[in-house]
Design a protein around this ligand. Structure first.
Ligand code: TPP
Ligand code: MG
Length: 693
């Protein structure tokens, strides 16, 4: 018997079921229409997502960026149809990149019909910045849950700085849904370990325990005791034996909200492709359309009209409006009243919150940044950075960060009176201790940035590889996250090739939107931070030397403020008419300057260019770029202790690149510089060779 219409719901339970099946069938239809996507997990998790959104979460669809909203992270991002369905059914409104409320729906039914198509607001995976209501981009498994740990840290920090007796301005919770894949990924383990250590009781992960991944049963590769693992991390572990039991879901979420001192991990036993007679509990339900006939059979099982597509039956929008809509509106209204009173009573704190929410900086944020006098012995990039970070953290209350156990080496520890360590018992601390978890650190930074804090994280440059997937996501999301990487090249000589970055600059420069900066002396370090702090929608990697670099005499050479243009002429040929140009970044700038002086003394019209950032330079006008690197001057030498890959762009096919073609070696720095040719006379020789004299 086939159904031609859905039975009109009479009881609340029937209404719940109607909404759940709407999410399921929208997901099925969207995947079927797109001929691609992941139907099975939305079919299984519709009751969870429905319950969480409509019964529990404090979220106002009218204001998707209300600062005290509960956050929902879909870490198994392939199940994006869950999110598109719920954003659509709740009538969530769009917000612009400048945080203006636009009024129009975030996700329309038409977007869902055009799931995975160009410009649809229902893309393949959740995309922050593209769809309002998405709290973080997810899809690379493990990233979402790891990012949620940063969001939870942010909530704790915000509460501790801004809440006052009777004014719980920040008391939101974080919910993250994940699958087997997320839990197999190392980044989730790192992040869960950190969250357990920090006792983040505002954080709830819900694990879709369906025993299925792409290749088939988890018996193939994932048989550990996940519950024991999370107990070991110090989490509160709960289990819901039936993903369709919404009372038990409500209860477990209630237990989470009562649990203090540790995060909650809910294991939800589910059936992927629930309701599909032939595909339920199989890997086929994961990532392919069900097929027309199976769609029919599944809809029949749900009591759904078999031929209806993209059906939202009467009563469904209204039920979401009466649930999350009404609760969210009331909660936000109460919060707004509270916040008005708070603003009257604590205007300075409220002003901070205001600035932070718009990603603005407070007045005088850079008032007392250090300047460094000329000094041939100089100071290490990391040391200059440490001084800047300490100044910034005092000027900007919500600027904080830490290192993956290398604070003393990275010089990123905030040492001023009262900076403090962020721990469960001291959530106002500004020194974050990520432990030796670079990947989770970077994902956590994304979570902090998504929560509007300004955050930095540090490690050796070589270990940026361990963090790269999350660095990439910060760029995808256009978050102003700050990565501080010290030991930028062969400066830690004796540690050898395992610790000497070679390909890392090229690799970071290849990430679209990531501002990679390698300052050449202490004053460029200051300017690098000055530039980076003003970024509102781009992440930055600041790459710093371990060893002292001469502080250039800026009376003789151009001001370090030239850094803000990516590359600038430091020293020039007489009359500004060079015949050869030497370009360098970071520790090789002083080397290039020395070579430049020798060339000038030898009567060769040399220009030396400091090029701390390709990315920034590429964004300058053609006229400016031409003024720094005039086309007519083809004799060019680039010097950088890194892979030569890409430098052809600036020296041309006939130019010379003094860089690395191999890995480094274990030896004192001076010997390495000799072995690999990073010496002034080699640069001079290369320049002469270019000129043929
Ligand atoms: C880091 C990463 N590796 C691989 C993939 C490709 N991938 C997408 S989903 C998936 C299987 C996920 O299994 P599970 O999390 O159990 O999801 P389920 O099928 O149960 O929804 C894989 C391997 C990915 N998205 N991210
Ligand atoms: Mg699975």
């Amino acid at each position: 018997m086939s159904t031609t219409h859905v039975a009109e719901p009479v009881t609340d339970a029937q209404l719940d079921q109607l909404c759940i099946n709407t999410i399921r069938t929208l997901s099925i239809d969207a995947v079927q229409q797109a001929k691609s996507g992941h139907p099975g997990t939305p079919m299984a998790l519709a009751p969870l997502v429905y319950t969480l959104w409509n019964r529990v979460m404090r979220f106002d669809p009218q204001d998707a960026i209300w600062p005290n909203r509960d956050r929902f992270v879909l870490s198994n991002g392939h199940a994006s149809m869950l999110l598109w369905s719920v954003l659509h059914l709740t009538g969530t409104r769009a917000v612009s990149a400048d945080y203006e409320k636009l009024g129009q729906p975030s996700v329309t039914l038409d977007d869902i019909r055009r799931f995975r198509q160009l410009d649809s607001k229902a893309p393949g995976h959740p995309e922050y910045h593209w769809v309002s209501g998405v709290e973080t981009t997810s899809g690379p498994l493990g990233q979402g849950v790891a990012t949620s740990v940063g969001m939870a840290i942010a909530q704790k920090w915000l509460a501790s700085r801004y809440n006052r007796p009777g004014f719980d301005i920040f008391d939101y919770d974080l919910y993250a849904v994940c699958g087997d894949g997320c839990l197999m990924e190392g980044v989730a383990s790192e992040a869960a370990s950190l969250a357990g250590h920090l006792g983040l009781d505002n954080l709830c992960w819900i694990y879709d325990n369906n025993h299925i991944t792409i290749e088939g049963s988890t018996r193939l590769a994932f048989t550990e005791d996940v519950a024991a693992r999370f107990l070991g991390y110090g989490w509160h572990v709960l289990r819901i034996g039936d993903a369709n039991d919404i009372d038990r879901i409500v209860h477990a979420l209630e237990v989470f909200r009562q649990t203090k001192g540790r995060p909650t991990f809910i294991i939800l036993d589910s059936h992927i492709g629930y309701g599909s007679p032939h595909k339920q509990d199989t890997a086929e339900a994961h990532g392919e359309p069900l097929g027309d006939e199976e769609v029919r059979l599944t809809k029949r099982f749900y009591g759904w009209p078999e031929d209806a597509r993209f059906l939202v039956p009467p009563g469904v929008y209204e039920h979401f409006a009466a649930g999350v809509g009404a609760r969210g509106a009331a909660t936000r209204r109460r919060w707004t009243e509270l916040y008005d009173a708070y603003r009257a009573r604590y205007p300075e704190l409220a002003n901070e919150i205001h600035l932070m929410q718009g990603r603005e900086l407070p007045a005088k944020w850079d008032a007392n940044l250090p300047t460094f006098p000329a000094d041939p012995k100089g100071i290490a990039g990391r040391d200059a950075s440490g001084r800047v970070l300490n100044a910034l953290a005092q000027n900007i209350p919500w600027f904080l960060g830490g290192s993956a156990d290398l604070g003393p080496s990275n010089r990123t520890t905030l040492t001023y009176e009262g900076a403090g360590d962020f721990q469960a018992e001291s959530p106002s601390g500004k020194n974050l201790h990520f432990g030796i978890r670079e990947h989770a650190m970077a994902a956590t930074l994304n979570g902090l940035a998504l929560s509007k804090l300004r955050a930095f994280g540090a490690t050796f440059f070589i270990f940026s590889d361990y963090a790269r997937p999350a660095i990439r996501l910060s760029a995808v999301m256009e978050l102003p996250t700050i990565f501080v990487f010290t030991h930028d090249a062969m400066g830690d000589g004796e540690d050898g090739p395992t610790h000497q970055p070679v390909e890392h600059l090229a690799s970071l420069r290849a990430i679209p939107g990531l501002v990679t900066l390698r300052p050449g002396d202490a004053n460029e370090v200051v300017e690098a931070y000055r530039y980076v702090m003003q970024l509102r929608h781009a992440p930055a990697a600041i790459v710093l030397s371990r060893q002292p670099l001469p502080t250039l005499d800026r009376k003789k050479y151009a001001s370090a403020s030239g850094l803000a243009r990516g590359a600038y002429v430091l020293g020039d040929a007489p009359g500004g008419e060079p015949e050869v140009i030497v370009i360098a970044s970071g520790s090789e700038v002083s080397l290039a300057v020395e070579a430049h002086e020798t060339l000038l003394a030898d009567g060769i019209r040399s220009r030396v260019v400091s090029m701390p950032s390709w990315d920034i330079f590429e964004h300058q006008t053609q006229a400016y770029r031409e003024s720094v690197l005039p086309r007519s001057v083809t004799a060019r030498v680039a010097v950088e202790q890194a892979s030569t890959l890409g430098w052809e762009r600036y020296v041309g096919t006939s130019g010379r690149i003094i860089g690395m073609q191999t890995f480094g070696a274990s030896a004192p720095l001076k010997e390495l510089q000799r072995k690999f040719g990073f010496q002034p006379d080699r640069v001079v020789a290369a320049a002469r060779e270019q000129l043929g004299r």
